[in-house]
Design a protein. Structure first.
Length: 239
């Protein structure tokens, strides 16, 4: 007997997880709520984790419930590569991503999807973060000014989550970067292709488990800035 056809989810939310085993119990609970409340799916990407993430996911997830499922990418080729690997198996007409560190809630995606209602054309929705430390806000403001001037598009709070957009962007963006530049790439590409860019406010909470993979000290920030600037200059040459 043929298996019944699964209904197409309303949205697909990808959550890349790298060594986030301690966050996973709460993350899975929030992911399950998000999927059920919005008739969507959440794809947890084990992005080459070296901790016990695979075992924790196997214990927490129900193989019979594909509303919250996982894939593994090995080796880890970057934040962006983990996300695009998840997007490759996403099934919904609205797709996107958020972080696994619980600083933003996966359920924020529900408000992002709601913000797309009534649009006449394709839309990209980003969070706008509130509750961040002053130093981080100053850093983000500086990067926003730099990107806006360089790329001639209004690009603010670029790394805010969630990021949700009409699926056609996947068919238009060519080869995306494999690192943290994916957020800039997606926002810029959507703006260039006439997407309506909308924002929803999100609370940005302190990280409770683990450490950031980039925002750990001044040297890490300098490295992040260099990578971002190099990628931005490459985008600028395409104008």
């Amino acid at each position: 007997m043929a298996e019944p056809t699964r209904p197409t989810p309303a949205f697909s939310l990808v959550v890349p997880c790298y060594n986030e085993a301690r966050s996973l119990p709460e993350l899975v609970l929030r992911a399950r709520f998000t999927a059920e409340a919005g008739d969507g799916e959440v794809i947890l990407v084990d992005n080459g984790s070296t901790d016990d993430t695979p075992e924790v996911l196997a214990r927490l997830l129900d193989p019979a419930d594909d509303r919250v499922r996982s894939i593994r990418v090995d080796p880890n080729e970057g934040y962006g590569w983990g996300i695009t690997s998840g997007l490759a198996v996403a099934r919904a007409p609205i797709v996107g991503w958020t972080h696994a560190d619980l600083q933003t809630d996966p359920a924020d995606a529900l408000r992002a999807v709601a913000a797309m209602e009534g649009a006449a054309g394709p839309v990209l929705v980003k969070g706008r973060r509130y509750g961040r430390p002053v130093a981080d806000r100053v850093f983000t403001a500086g990067m926003s000014v730099f990107e806006t001037v360089l790329l001639r598009r209004r690009l603010t709070d670029i790394n805010a989550q969630p990021t949700m957009f009409s699926r056609e962007l996947l068919d238009q963006w060519g080869t995306p970067p494999k690192d943290f530049s994916l957020d800039l790439f997606a926002m810029y590409t959507a703006a260039e292709r006439g997407f309506d860019i909308r924002r929803v406010p999100v609370v940005f909470a302190p990280r409770r488990f683990g450490t950031s993979s980039w925002n750990v000290d001044l040297a890490a920030k300098r490295k992040f800035i260099k990578r971002t600037v190099d990628f931005s200059l490459a985008l600028r040459k395409q104008l």
